[in-house]
Design a protein around this ligand. Structure first.
Ligand code: HEM
Length: 524
């Protein structure tokens, strides 16, 4: 009997070893560095920012390589051809999930937000509401004439007033921290579209941000740097149990503040909706969806489908869009202005185009944008060099699949290095140079870049972002002259934390109303 147990145990061990051996043989993972640490895998070897480290690794291991992030497989894609393969056909679906990290869980109500939800019903419903009610071409077009134009006028007015109040008789150059103004604008546009709420401003000419935008910026400045794909806190349970670095505490505090902020918006909308319904029952109100904000529309849907449109669902979607829409758009505009300051001839050429097409009797509006091709080239060139999400958002394989002929096991994280793809020397001549002319006269047609991603999880806010950036940059260049503070070039160092490529040092610039615009600026 004893020998029977012994034989059974040996057979079992042999079968398990054979299975591992065969599986190991059959799996052909992409190449990658051999040296890895126990438990942590390659994590300690990765210098930040990751996009440049990954570009170096791609030159050694090829367009798709394999790393271990803790016990997780990570596959990094670094060429246009493989990225296109990833985001078409069945593979696009197979890698449409998002990896789940403890830090992300802290800020996304258990991964139920649009940006981080797995590919499935919740994601589909959120994406549909966001696309139809906020980000469709039709909505964006209506918003351009109303909300965006109004907020932009307010921004120009504040800058002109601050300049008029400048020491030495006014009208001179003032020092402006641009990111704050650009964040304020992106934020107030989204707030108005979602809740038809105007931000609270004091009359102080020096105030560059509303109370609400300041609060949201503070919240996002805590959250974004703590939510990345390769942070030790996410991989080492001990760090989390002891809450080393205070990550959990900081995230919980930021989420509480964000909840207070968003629920206040929702409550205010609920009251407005009740008022509207009361008037409507008396026969006197126009309650068409076109006139409502996104939150009101979801609150109406809540009445018929309460299980789907819960308060948590609405809160999550609003918080998510405020986060996804503000930092990306304002950071891209900050990079654009930085590049323009370091390339004054490009700035001048963009201004000349605006002067000749729009003139100085009115502000740039949405109908002008198709007639300002050089401005469009400037924005495209910025998106190529400084994509706000340089590795998109992380994807995850829901099933075993193949990328570029290599095996990618289910559960692997798939990272696409858009930053490196956009600078691929095989596609772009002198790829590191800022040269908007490369997009002129259809010259870049057929060339590939992916600042907004591709496939099912592609950014749904591209329309709104492109329209906002066109109008804001167009008006800022039309109304003001911009110059650097000091003689040297503006620093281009990128931040190293989180998934958004911030400018390490916020841009400050000198801003002076243009002489040909003084009559219009006084009327605004
Ligand atoms: C210059 C501005 C922007 C850039 C460069 C940008 C870029 C991106 C990228 C690269 C992704 C990830 C795609 C992927 O994972 O494959 C993404 C996702 C997303 N973006 Fe944007 N974005 C911008 C503006 C906006 C705006 C204005 C909004 C909305 C108000 C928005 C909402 C979202 C959402 C909700 C997702 C997640 C989509 C999903 O997972 O299904 N973005 N964006």
């Amino acid at each position: 009997m004893e020998s029977f147990y012994y034989a059974a145990a040996v057979t079992f061990v042999l079968l398990v070893s054979l299975h591992h051996l065969l599986m190991g043989r059959r799996k052909r993972l992409p190449p990658g560095p051999r040296l890895a640490f126990p438990i942590l895998g390659h994590l300690p070897l990765l210098k930040k920012p990751l996009q440049t480290t990954f570009a170096d690794l791609a030159s050694r291991y090829g367009p798709v390589f394999h790393l271990r992030f803790g016990s997780r497989h990570a596959v990094v894609v670094g060429s246009a051809a493989v990225a296109k393969e990833c985001f078409s056909g069945d593979l696009d679906v197979a890698i449409a999930n998002r990896p789940h990290f403890p830090s992300v869980r802290e800020v996304t109500f258990d991964y139920t937000m649009l940006t981080v939800a797995n590919y499935g019903t919740v994601w589909r419903t959120m994406r549909r509401v966001a696309t139809v009610q906020l980000l469709s071409a039709h909505r964006v077009s209506i918003m351009s004439d109303s909300v965006i134009a109004r907020e932009l006028r307010a921004m120009v007015r504040r800058l002109a007033r601050a300049s008029a109040a400048a020491p030495g008789g006014g009208g001179g150059a003032i020092r402006v921290e641009l990111k704050r103004r650009l964040f304020e604008l992106s934020h107030s546009v989204l707030m108005e579209i979602m809740a038809q709420t105007r931000n609270t401003y004091s009359d102080d000419a020096d105030e560059d941000m509303s109370k609400e935008a300041r609060e949201m910026k503070d919240i996002l400045e805590v959250i974004f740097p703590l939510v990345g794909v390769a942070d030790l806190w996410d991989y080492l349970p001990l760090l989390r149990w002891l809450d080393v670095y205070g990550v959990r505490r900081k995230l919980a505090d930021a989420v509480n503040r964000r909840n207070v902020f968003v629920y206040k918006m929702i409550d205010a909308e609920r009251q407005k909706l009740e008022e509207l319904e009361r008037k409507n029952s008396e026969g006197g109100a126009d309650d068409s969806d076109e006139k409502k904000g996104m939150i009101s529309i979801m609150l109406s849907l809540q009445k018929t489908e309460p299980d789907i449109y819960t308060d948590a669902f609405i809160n999550g979607l609003v918080a998510n869009l405020l986060g996804a829409g503000t930092e990306t758009t304002s950071t891209t505009m900050e990079w654009t202005m930085t590049l323009l300051l370091n390339h004054p001839h490009v700035l001048k050429k963009a201004q000349e185009e605006i002067d000749s097409i729009v003139g100085s009797d009115r502000l740039v509006n949405k109908n002008d944008l198709p007639h300002l091709p050089y401005l469009h080239c400037v924005i495209n060139e910025t998106l190529r060099l400084y994509p706000a999400a340089p590795m998109l958002l992380p994807h995850e394989a829901s099933t075993d699949c193949k990328i570029h002929g290599y095996d990618v096991p289910a559960g692997s994280m798939v990272l696409v290095n858009a930053y490196a793809i956009n600078r691929d020397p095989a596609i772009w001549e002198d790829p590191e140079e800022f040269r908007p002319e490369r997009f002129e006269h259809g010259r870049a047609e057929g060339k590939f870049m992916m600042p907004f991603g591709m496939g099912r999880r592609k950014c749904p806010g591209e329309n709104l972002a492109m329209r906002t950036m066109g109008l804001v940059l167009g008006v800022l260049l039309q109304c003001f002259d911009w110059s650097r503070i000091g003689d040297g070039e503006v620093d281009m160092t990128t931040g190293t934390t989180g998934t958004i490529m911030f400018k390490a040092v916020p841009l400050e610039a000198l801003c002076k109303p243009r002489a040909n615009m003084s009559a219009l600026l006084q009327k605004i």
